[in-house]
Design a protein around this ligand. Sequence first.
Ligand SMILES: NC(=O)C1=CN([C@@H]2O[C@H](COP(=O)(O)OP(=O)(O)OC[C@H]3O[C@@H](n4cnc5c(N)ncnc54)[C@H](OP(=O)(O)O)[C@@H]3O)[C@@H](O)[C@H]2O)C=CC1
Ligand SMILES: O=C(O)CCC(=O)C(=O)O
Ligand SMILES: [Mg+2]
Length: 422
Amino acid sequence: MPYQHIQLPADGQAITVQADQTLKVPDRPIIPFIEGDGVGRDVTPVMLKVVDAAVARAYGERRSIRWMEVFAGEKAARLYGADTWLPDETLQAVREHVVSIKGPLTTPVGGGIRSLNVALRQALDLYVCLRPVRYYQGVPSPLREPEKTNMTVFRENSEDIYAGIEFEARSDKAQQLIGFLRDQMGERKIRFPETSAIGIKPVSIEGSQRLMRKAIQYAIDHNKPSVTLVHKGNIMKFTEGGFRDWAYEVAAKEFGGELLDDGPWMRVKNPATGKSIIIKDVIADAFLQQVLMRPAEYSVIATLNLNGDYISEAVAAQVGGIGIAPGANLNEQVAMFEVTHGTAPKYAGKDYVNPGSSILSAEMMLRHMGWTEAADIIVRSLEAAILSKKVTYDFARLMEGATQVSCSGFGQVMIEAMAELD
Ligand SMILES: NC(=O)C1=CN([C@@H]2O[C@H](COP(=O)(O)OP(=O)(O)OC[C@H]3O[C@@H](n4cnc5c(N)ncnc54)[C@H](OP(=O)(O)O)[C@@H]3O)[C@@H](O)[C@H]2O)C=CC1
Ligand SMILES: O=C(O)CCC(=O)C(=O)O
Ligand SMILES: [Mg+2]
């Protein structure tokens, strides 16, 4: 079906998923991208340029990406009409082309539209939010030994309080629901029933277990020592506590997990290496203290949606912050790579912020496509740029002797560094 506003590149081909779930990637893959609101218009063009340069450096003329702009957020509303924030053809293009990348999209606090980021993840059922957090040499950090922070956050991406089921205080629906809870369920714990807004936190066995399956598989594939479940199951027993119990169940039933001492911690054998992977859990508040004080004890983290939002940003702050923290939204069919930061409106259009989050999200994308040589070039040129101390404001303000460069300037430093790589 032809698109209305999306321009399909003439000489590109879609990436496809094969029967064994591996990707078939042509040499001229069409990759849809959403520029994003706010600083999206600063970082996304820089990311495109850096990726093109890395692909050219790695493969010469043999391979190149055919970028295809698709629309969401403010740009979509301008193109398709005032209330069309997430056009159907954007979802269609992202589904049909399998691999895509997006910049940040605005979500107003309080009233107005609900999160388009969450809407995209839900509409495509991208149930894994994967956010690796690692240290790059030279990055300013508040820690004495930042290299000990090396974690991969698996955040459940489709349910929890983040599903957006909530009812405004004093609305008919909130009153109906409170009445139902009080009269039909005998619930007496709502402190101010007349003026309470109500939010619903759905957490399912399926949702929890499919996330945990991916987290353990990742630990196996990447030779990681542990998977830690982070939850607040002491207080939210059936949602967060359920998540913990159902996740342990996956470890035991599907990966042969054996209890350590009396449990519930377990040991899963990595079939590839023969080594043990420890499956453990920790309560979220204790975790946030421990990742600062003993980061080396944590490797793969599996957690619910809201916890994962907080945790991924807190842990990223230990090694440079969200300016360089990448992410991906995944399921078996579709992979949408995504910056972890937002639209940072005060910096929008100023060519100022760090494009690293967008560039490293693209690096994850190239690796996902099997274009590892280009991905490696991105990592090495990013490291070289940081070591040269030509960095954006967020790093420059914490580094001694740094030269501050613009968003596009940093991309340029990376591209120049690529020419120097052997
Ligand atoms: N995935 C997405 O699309 C996301 C969208 N959002 C949305 O973005 C909007 C703004 O959210 P807000 O809470 O202000 O969070 P933001 O992430 O947009 O900005 C918060 C702060 O983070 C720092 N920061 C953000 N991006 C960069 C960058 N590229 N380089 C360096 N520093 C950066 C800045 O800190 P400082 O000023 O200290 O330098 C900035 O003020 C909201 O509408 C929110 O809903 C939020 C998160 C994710
Ligand atoms: O969708 C939003 O506006 C914020 C989402 C967010 O902070 C995240 O997913 O990390
Ligand atoms: Mg966030």
